[in-house]
Write a protein that binds this ligand. Structure first.
Ligand SMILES: [Mg+2]
Length: 133
């Protein structure tokens, strides 16, 4: 369990990777082949559905992926199939770094979590807690 100290009433913004994080990782050759199949939909990894169901409606999800715009339709089809709500998808991104200010170093307003590829989100979830300052 990852504990993220935010006030319960505070809206959280999740920047979520796609391949290897919410769906099984696909290499570029597999993606190209999948793009040719108009019915292709990827399964969700373990714990991913539970993660999304547990998010309050007020939370915001922004997908960040190395997939290029050539794969937007393919990717949106899988997300739509699984009824995953999100604000937007930023594509063509390599390693991601999130930087934010904080009033003190006990109050983490930005965190980063690395999950093992294709392991799903079964043991990784964020809970709201009390502000530590
Ligand atoms: Mg990935």
């Amino acid at each position: 369990m990852i504990f993220f100290a935010v006030e319960k009433r505070m809206t959280r913004t999740f920047f979520l990777d796609i391949d290897g994080t919410i769906v099984p990782n696909m290499d570029w050759n597999e993606l190209k082949k999948a793009r040719e199949d108009p019915e292709f939909v990827q399964p969700l990894l373990d714990g991913v559905r539970h993660f999304f169901v547990s998010l309050p409606d007020s939370d915001i999800v922004i997908f960040t992926t190395a997939r290029t715009e050539d794969y937007r339709e393919l990717t949106e089809r899988t997300l739509k199939h699984h009824e995953i709500q999100y604000k937007c998808m930023l594509m063509g991104l390599l390693p991601r770094i999130l930087i934010n200010d904080t009033p003190n170093m006990l109050y983490q307003k930005a965190i980063g979590i690395n999950v093992l590829r294709n392991s799903g989100l079964g043991d990784t979830f964020i809970v709201a807690g009390q502000k530590l300052s």
